[in-house]
Design a protein around this ligand. Structure first.
Ligand code: NAP
Ligand code: MG
Length: 464
């Protein structure tokens, strides 16, 4: 991937308004290997104007034609799979096999799902004497994080395009290259000029300008709860719609009847995946008091398989490394017992963190309450099911979770009482069509599948 020195606006790469740039760093070795322009208000304004100008044409395009363009985009992305994986491996530090299987293949699959959903969606319905049209919300301002950089772009842009919206994207400053690759792919797929626009830049500058721009009708944001609250306040003051995909502190609840070894091994793998940088990771493992010691031993053994540089990469930047290390030190200071890893970095060069597991964690500890966003698992003991439920629901978050039991019905009964948006039952497989999003402070709205498409639509009723 050769970096562009401009912004993708109105169907072409054009020079940035300002001269500031952002260094792109490989977190595995701290080397700067590319630079991209840092957008300003002027770039955002030009991009929003282009998106507004393109809106009537794209909104008026037949859904089948929009579907065909999204299918073409899927095909271009599929053809560039290796380049996507290499780009994400370099700018995020993901191991190449994981970058291929997840960072490249998942967004290709999601793009394909929206080609189908756009073609099949009922954009018109009859309710009594009314005809109800499901119309695009308008211009979408999309702001994405670095942890699943292409997936989060596609999970916003594909449904927005399927709905007939036009888009301005501000990707994370740490992972701008895969966003440029995506813009190139949109171009190659032949989408009309202005339907998709890219402005690289810093959150408080370009991101803030996009949220505040009067030409944006809906802001879709994924990232930290702190920034999400700010964005919701700005958008709320202008009566703009928002979709917020925020943090998580999800519980992996292992009921006494569960297959303990399987539940623990899958649970550890879930947390270590993407170096713990997953908002929906099950970072709290809840085990019955009677099987607690056995579970801790299994988890410590499982952690040993995650060798930094092999199955697990570095974290994304120096700030995240310092943040995660701070949480590990705080866990020790608050009395949790380290059974794997610790605060020392396993390598001197690069932003590495040791896969870390804490036992004897109690629900009120900082490491049991706050999102760490690194390869750190907390194991908590519960006395009975009601206690497990209190612990599982006892954070401000509610994004995901897991329940393991001797049979699915028992696990489902527990899952129904959880305050969270997604629960995997006995190791259930990821479904790219299932609605994804949070209860409580984990967010507002849903992404993926038909529910993700509905976020970008508004209704108009005609009475006869
Ligand atoms: P963040 O600051 O919330 O970043 C997310 C996106 O928002 C980035 O594109 C960011 O730009 C942009 N942004 C930042 N400030 C903004 C503002 N005032 N107005 C508009 N846009 C703004 O997250 P982070 O700094 O990358 O990570 C911090 C913590 O957030 C992590 O440790 C983790 O706990 C959480 N996080 C959660 C998720 C998730 O999927 N839920 C993803 C990433 C991080 P810049 O790239 O320039 O900052
Ligand atoms: Mg930030």
């Amino acid at each position: 991937m050769k970096p562009h020195d401009g912004m993708y606006i109105d169907g072409e790469w054009r020079p940035a308004a300002g001269t500031e740039t952002i260094d792109v760093v490989n977190p595995a070795d701290e080397q700067v290997f590319a630079t991209v322009p840092a957008g300003t208000d002027a770039d955002v304004d030009a991009a929003v104007r282009a998106a507004r100008a393109a809106l009537p044409g794209w909104a008026g395009t037949a859904p089948a034609d929009r579907a065909a363009r999204i299918a073409a985009l899927r095909d271009v992305l599929a053809g560039r799979r290796d380049e996507i994986a290499e780009t994400v491996a370099a700018e995020l530090g993901a191991p190449l096999a994981f970058a291929q299987a997840v960072h490249a293949d998942l967004p290709i699959k999601v793009a394909g799902s929206y080609a189908e959903l756009a073609a099949g969606h009922a954009f018109e319905e009859r309710i009594g004497n009314s005809t109800v049209f499901h119309e695009p919300v308008g211009v979408v301002g999309a702001i994405t994080p670095w942890n699943y950089p292409l997936h989060q772009i596609v999970a916003k842009v594909a449904p927005a395009l399927a709905a007939g919206c036009t888009v301005v994207l501000k990707p994370a400053e740490d992972t701008p290259l895969v966003a440029q690759l995506f813009a190139d792919s949109v171009h190659e797929a032949g989408l009309p000029a202005g339907v998709f626009n890219l402005v690289t830049g810093l959150g408080p500058v370009a991101g803030q300008a996009l949220v505040a721009h009067p030409g944006v009708d809906l802001v879709s944001f994924t990232g930290s709860t702190a920034v999400g609250k700010q964005i919701a306040a700005t958008a709320g003051a202008a009566v703009k719609r928002v979709a917020l995909e925020l943090g998580g502190k999800s519980a992996n609840v292992i009921l006494p009847t569960a297959d303990l070894a399987k539940a623990v091994n899958v649970g550890v793998a879930n947390v270590m995946s993407n170096t713990g940088q997953t908002c929906s990771a099950w970072t709290r493992m809840l085990v019955h008091r009677e099987r607690y010691d056995e579970a801790v031993a299994l988890a410590a053994a499982a952690a040993a398989k995650y060798v930094p540089g092999e199955r697990i990469g570095p974290v994304v930047n120096a700030e995240q490394q310092a943040r995660v290390r701070g949480y590990i030190e705080q866990g020790i200071a608050e009395g949790a017992r380290l059974v794997a890893g610790g605060p020392e970095a396993p390598r001197a060069l690069g932003y590495w963190v040791s896969p870390t597991i804490f036992a004897d964690v109690t629900p009120g500890m900082t490491i049991a309450q706050e999102e760490i966003f690194g390869p750190v698992l907390s194991i908590l003991a519960y006395e009975d099911e009601d206690d497990a439920l209190r612990i599982a629901n006892g954070t401000v978050y509610g994004l995901a979770g897991a329940v393991w039991a001797g049979d699915d019905a028992e696990a489902v009964a527990f899952a129904r009482r959880m305050e969270t948006g997604q629960v995997d039952i006995n190791g259930g497989r990821f479904n790219p069509l299932a609605p994804f999003g949070g209860y409580k402070q984990s967010g507002v709205g849903r992404e993926l599948g038909p529910h993700g498409l509905a976020e970008y639509l508004q209704t108009k009723s005609l009475q006869f």
